[in-house]
Design a protein around this ligand. Structure first.
Ligand SMILES: Nc1ncnc2c1ncn2[C@@H]1O[C@H](COP(=O)(O)OP(=O)(O)O)[C@@H](O)[C@H]1O
Ligand SMILES: [Mg+2]
Length: 258
């Protein structure tokens, strides 16, 4: 199996608290991987460790390996800022810069990186907005504030912003949990489009969503209160939802807990 991401024996801490224990998994290129499991089992923590956002939290640290195309993103010579450009992130609550124009929201990262050519920025903005299935809805109001869009449009704006810097991987932490059902379906359709170009890892508390959008599913669980979260199993989504190897997975997906 081709590997875009390979995680090896990853342990994640917040100060002395051991939040996630010994995760190993691989993510093939141009696929969607869903993280599911009960609240507090470490899904967001693992996701944030995949682009070195975890360590931004004071006291937080990671032990183990995260390889992107065979290179350890935690290597001593690696710049975390460039990691975050290659591995973009979309959050639970859409977080556009509310007073900044739609166009400038999309190209904010590029402007920050020093790109000044207006024509080039316009081209990139259009490409990213098309890629995020938002172009036709906003093309006549690119100079209006991003905060004026609906929640679902704001989330697609954030996806446009994430893809404008041409990442390889997109991490999404419950990207639909603040959205209505129609906007949720729009994002799910978009994820199917995006996986032609990107590798996607999505945390979702919605098992139907995991079943609908993902190729493989990772089930995380907690052994008990105060215990670290751990990966119970990862497999083809179809198999996880029809015939998982572990009883804990079956109990969770059949709604017996969580
Ligand atoms: N910023 C933080 N500081 C300290 N502990 C945290 C922080 N974020 C999460 N945790 C703890 O780490 C564990 C895993 O949390 P999280 O990754 O958010 O779980 P999930 O996303 O699966 O709900 C939980 O016990 C949570 O309380
Ligand atoms: Mg979470």
């Amino acid at each position: 199996m081709a590997k875009r991401i390979e995680v090896k024996d990853l342990n994640l801490y917040y100060g002395k608290f051991h939040a996630v224990d010994g995760v190993s998994l691989t993510v093939p290129p141009r696929s969607v991987t869903a993280f599911i499991g009960p609240s507090g089992c470490g899904k967001s923590t693992v996701l944030r460790s995949l682009n070195r956002m975890h360590e931004v939290i004071p006291g937080a640290r990671a032990e183990g390996c995260v390889l992107l195309d065979g290179e350890d993103i935690y290597g001593s010579s690696v710049d975390p800022v460039s990691v975050r450009r290659t591995i973009g992130m979309v959050f639970q609550r859409p977080n556009p810069f509310p007073t900044m124009s739609i166009r400038d929201n999309v190209v904010a990262g590029l402007k920050l990186a020093g790109e000044k050519d207006k024509r080039k920025l316009d081209e990139i903005a259009e490409r990213a907005l098309r890629g995020a299935n938002l172009w036709t809805e906003v093309k006549d109001r690119l100079n209006r504030p991003g905060g004026g869009l609906s929640g679902g449009q704001q989330q697609r704006l954030c996806i446009a912003r994430a893809i404008a810097v041409q990442p390889d991987v997109l991490l999404m932490d419950e990207p639909c949990s603040a959205l209505d059902p129609i906007s949720t379906l729009a994002i799910e359709d978009l994820i199917q489009e995006l996986k032609k170009d990107y590798t996607i890892v999505i945390v979702t508390h919605n098992m139907q969503q995991a079943a609908r959008v993902s190729d493989q599913t990772a089930f995380f669980n907690l052994a008990g209160v105060g215990q670290p979260g751990r990966l119970v199993e990862i497999d083809d989504t179809e198999r996880i939802f029809s015939n998982p190897a572990q009883k804990a997975t079956e109990d969770y997906i059949s709604g017996r807990f969580g």
